[in-house]
Design a protein around this ligand. Sequence first.
Ligand code: SME
Length: 155
Amino acid sequence: MTKEEKYQNLLPQIQSLVSGETDTIANMANVVAALHEAFGFWWTGFYFVKNNAQKNTEELVLGPFQGPIACTRIPFGRGVCGTAWQRAETIVVPDVHSFPGHIACSSASNSEIVVPVIRNEHVVAVLDIDSREFGTFDDTDRRYLELLTQNLNML
Ligand code: SME
């Protein structure tokens, strides 16, 4: 099965999985599990944009994920996740070691895609996927993962 066919099979399944449930955390947890299982990624998870009252600033905070333990907080503009949040656009990184400021939560990760979840023109979360292989992600991943995060009524 091609990557395209995998996404075409998976997206309707994910849609029906979350359509009967209104709880955001429960739906996000199932979304990352479905993606992680279907593709065998190294790490698949969401970070939420949250206010840090102590610092009087917003930052990314770890949400539902599958894979090894990860960094819990990421500042605006830092790493691939913080940069995708800042730019409000998807970032595909074929080799994380050459991305300036990449945050290595796991040394086993070699490529990455981060897709911002945008609601009312604001980034409210990011979907971060890491792979142990180089160059795992391309425009097909970008297209389907953007479709997924835009259409899912989970936030
Ligand atoms: N590598 C990410 C940090 C998150 S972890 O990989 C799960 C980054 O540079 O933003």
